[in-house]
Structures are given as structure tokens and as C-alpha cells.
Ligand binder design. Structure first.
Ligand code: BES
Ligand code: MN
Length: 448
């Protein structure tokens, strides 16, 4: 199909794509423990139905975890096969009072569609489907749609699923629609992602709580000890102070600080942390954050010394680092910096590999020219992201010859994982067109 035919087809399909996206957003499929996984099942079933309607052969599969959906259509003779990945599970919504509208009732405001998963990553699913619908019966490539059901919960069973279904999913090109674009009106191809080590650190100082007046001054409390331990994790400039982590510069582009300040929502007067360029800090250096603390809530805290306290730490790893080695380095640091003889125990929650993609060759050219056309002549920027998609490293190992194109529907204002997540509908239309053009270009490149 020609570019103009595809444009026309997508213009026709877009209202239906939007309606189906809204249907998916209404399903609160959260794979985290403690949530009702019946919704994840419903979500998988809804995705399966959408894929069947595209004429794919569809299976719902699982391997001890949440259901994934695989849809396949054989390639025309001599044409390449493209695997299209997205995930149908979403993050929990957190404090509902911070949402301006119901997270599971999609609504449009100022050209954006609000709702949990409206961007991350149900719009990724619908971008794949939009491209298939645009081609109708004349798809120029073979297709494997792989829609995962537990990405936000660490993809625990994904490696097994990929291994068990290896033959069905083997493909020449892999499109992972779970990243972000550079700005409104500026597409991006993601070429590096950070890894992750999430762990818990518990500090024990006392066998039981004691009166803070009778004992305070001589006896240390666990929250103060934990605060001091946490304070050793960064140097004064805010760089991660754990020895033995990979850290480098050399990001291909810089981020304008003023823009980044607004996107991040930094409060008045608050400084950035770390040194080097913003993009180095986000993409090629480690980051460490405290995600939560278990300790008495302030409203109920008695005048007593807290015997033990626990924090959840999240370490992001630079491309080139190794999660096992990094976790050992972090454990060693926490043990060595225990204040006042504190008993420190560290347990791993989950980890994931970083990755780097060599974005050269005909399939990357095919993607770049599709992006350029969909954004009316604007070239895509090669970016890293600070977030993690750990199984990309698994895809790289399993399918070393496949080109991996990391695309996405997000933009810097999408607030994925936060309250008021949203999708920019104008950009989404471009993402859908870009994906259709990409399939067409990949087919042409595969014939060369
Ligand atoms: N879509 C994100 C990855 C991402 C983050 C893309 C930032 C673009 C910008 C993905 O769904 C995600 O959140 N991944 C988790 C991985 C974790 C659960 C192992 C993350 O980065 O926290
Ligand atoms: Mn995602």
C-alpha cells in the first residue's frame, strides 16, 4: 500500500482505535500481588478478541504468571516477520484523591486522553492494532503480536514464556512499543535503557520499643539509624556513592534544563542532583532512590524509640552494568556503613538488565524514514531512557540477528505510573501512522 493509502486508511480507522483503547482502559488489570487478577484475565481476553478481529491466530498463554496474548499471521512469501510487543497490565493507581478523574474511566481534556494505562501501555497495543487494521488483508509482512500481562510487575514469567513459544515468535524484526518520544512533535528511537535493582534494607537497633525520654540520648532509634545509612548512598552533589557501579557520560543529546525542570515538576528552589549532563545522569549513570519506608505513621507515633525500620531502595543501572554485581556492591555498601553497630539486613525484591542497542542497518533506516514521514519531515532523535525494560536483553540473547526497534506512545507529559496519566491524541495518531509505514518499509527492506 502507498503512503497516501495508508494515511487515508488510518484516518478512517482512528475513531474505532480510540474507542477500543477506551474499552481497554476501563479494565483495571494490575498484575501486582494483592490485586484482583480476574481483571488481568478480562484484559487478556479483550486483547485476544481485538487480535482475532484482525485475522490473527490467537492464543492466551501463561507460564505460572499472568496471561499474555500471542497473535500470529504467516508472512507472505519471502517477506520478513515482525514481532510487535506491548503490555496490557498497568501500574496501581496510588492515592485516588490525586486523580482529577477516575483512572479507569477514560476522558479527554485538552487533546489528551486521561486514564491509567491510556499511555503505558494500552496505547502501545492499539498502535499495533491500528497498523494492522490500516493494511486490512494486504499485510506485507508476517506478524507476531506479543502482548504481555505482567510487565509492570517485573515480567517474572516472560523468559519462560518466550522459551516455551520460541518457534511461534521467532522473527526478523522486533518492535517494542513501550517507550517514549522526545517531545510533542519530535519522535525518538530508544537505543539504551537502564537496568534496575529493587531491594529492601532493614535496620534493627532494639529488641522492642522503649520510652523515648527514659532511653533517648543513650539508645539509638532505628529511624535515625536508617536515615543516616540512607544518607551515605549519595555524595554531597547527589551522585550515587556506592563503589563498583558502572557510570559513564557520552549521551548523544542533552536535555534543556528548563524544560526538564517543568516536566519533572520540580518545586520552587529545589536543585537537581548529580553532576554531568542531564542526559548522562538519566541514561548512562546510576541513580538511587528511596521508594518507601515502613515505620510508625506520624499520626500514631507514640513517644517511643523505634526498634526497627525498613526502606525500599531502587537502584537504576547504567547500560553495561550487571544487576547481580550491582546488588552485591549495594549490599557491601550498606553493610559497611551501618551506623552505631546497627543490624542491617538486605533482601532483593527484583532486578533487571540494562541494554544498549546498535541502531544501525536497514531495519533502523526503515524505522527512521517511517518516523520522519509520520512527523512531516522531522527526524527521530536517538535517545536513552532512564527507565527499564529488562527483557530487551533477553530478546537480544534469544534472537541475536533480529533488529530491535524500541518505539513508544509516551511523551514527556504522559505521567506514566503517576496520577493523571495521559496520552497525547495528536501524537498517538502519528505513532499509529509511523508503525504502519514502518511495516511497509521493513517489508521493502526485507526484499532488498
Ligand atoms: N514503559 C516503561 C519503561 C519506560 C520508562 C519507558 C520510562 C520510557 C520511559 C515500563 O512499563 C516500566 O515502567 N518498566 C519498569 C520496569 C520494572 C517493572 C522492572 C520500570 O522502569 O520501572
Ligand atoms: Mn510500560
Amino acid at each position: 500500500m502507498s503512503e497516501s493509502d495508508l494515511r487515508a486508511a488510518l484516518a478512517r480507522e482512528l475513531p474505532g482505535v480510540r474507542a477500543d483503547l477506551e474499552r481497554l482502559v476501563r479494565i483495571p488489570g494490575i498484575a501486582f500481588e494483592g490485586f484482583d487478577h480476574a481483571h488481568v484475565e478480562r484484559s487478556a481476553a479483550a486483547v485476544a478478541e481485538l487480535l482475532r478481529d484482525c485475522g490473527l491466530e490467537v492464543r492466551i498463554v501463561r507460564s505460572g504468571g499472568q496471561p499474555a496474548v500471542i497473535g500470529t499471521k504467516a508472512a507472505p512469501p519471502d517477506a520478513p516477520t515482525v514481532l510487535l510487543y506491548a503490555h496490557h497490565d498497568v501500574q496501581p493507581v496510588g492515592d485516588l484523591s490525586l486523580w482529577e478523574s477516575d483512572p479507569f474511566e477514560p476522558v479527554e481534556r485538552d487533546g489528551r486522553l486521561y486514564g491509567r494505562g491510556a499511555a503505558d501501555d494500552k496505547a502501545g497495543i492499539m498502535a499495533h492494532i491500528a497498523a494492522l487494521r490500516a493494511f486490512g488483508d494486504s499485510l506485507p509482512v508476517g506478524i507476531v503480536l506479543f502482548i504481555e500481562g505482567e510487565e509492570e510487575y517485573g515480567s517474572d514469567s516472560l523468559v519462560r514464556l518466550l522459551a516455551e513459544h520460541r518457534d511461534e515468535i521467532t522473527s526478523d524484526v522486533i518492535v517494542i512499543a513501550d517507550s517514549t518520544n522526545w517531545d510533542i512533535g519530535m519522535p525518538a528511537l530508544t537505543t539504551s535503557l537502564r537496568g534496575i535493582v529493587n531491594c529492601f534494607v532493614e535496620v534493627r537497633m532494639l529488641e522492642h520499643a522503649v520510652h523515648s525520654g527514659m532511653f533517648g540520648g543513650a539508645v539509638p532509634d532505628a529511624l535515625t539509624a536508617l536515615a543516616r545509612l540512607i544518607a551515605t548512598l549519595h555524595d554531597d552533589a547527589g551522585n550515587v556513592a556506592v563503589d563498583g557501579l558502572v557510570s559513564r557520560g557520552g549521551a548523544p543529546v542533552d536535555y534543556p534544563e528548563d524544560r526538564f525542570r517543568v516536566e519533572a515538576g520540580l518545586a520552587e528552589g529545589v536543585q537537581f542532583i548529580g553532576t554531568d549532563r542531564i542526559t548522562d545522569r538519566l541514561w548512562t549513570k546510576p541513580a538511587l532512590a528511596v521508594l518507601g519506608i515502613d515505620a510508625p505513621a506520624t499520626g500514631e507515633a507514640p513517644n517511643a524509640l523505634v526498634p526497627s525500620a525498613k526502606a525500599k531502595l531502587s537502584l537504576r543501572l547504567a547500560p553495561g552494568d550487571d544487576p547481580k554485581r550491582a546488588y552485591a556492591a549495594l549490599r557491601a555498601h550498606l553493610g559497611a556503613h551501618a551506623p552505631w553497630g546497627a543490624q542491617v539486613s538486605v533482601t532483593l525484591e527484583h532486578d533487571g538488565d540494562p541494554c544498549r542497542i546498535d541502531a544501525s542497518g536497514p531495519m533502523f533506516d526503515a524505522a527512521r524514514s517511517a518516523f520522519r514521514a509520520a512527523w512531516d519531515g522531522t527526524d527521530p532523535v536517538d535517545i536513552g531512557i532512564g527507565g527499564s525494560i529488562p527483557f530487551i536483553a533477553t530478546f537480544q540473547e534469544m534472537f541475536p540477528r533480529a533488529a530491535i526497534l524500541v518505539t513508544g506512545v509516551e511523551d514527556p507529559y504522559a505521567r506514566a505510573h503517576g496520577p493523571n496519566e495521559s496520552l497525547h491524541l495528536g501524537e498517538f495518531a502519528r505513532v499509529c501512522l509511523a508503525e504502519a509505514l514502518l511495516l511497509r518499509n521493513v517489508a521493502a527492506a526485507g526484499r532488498d
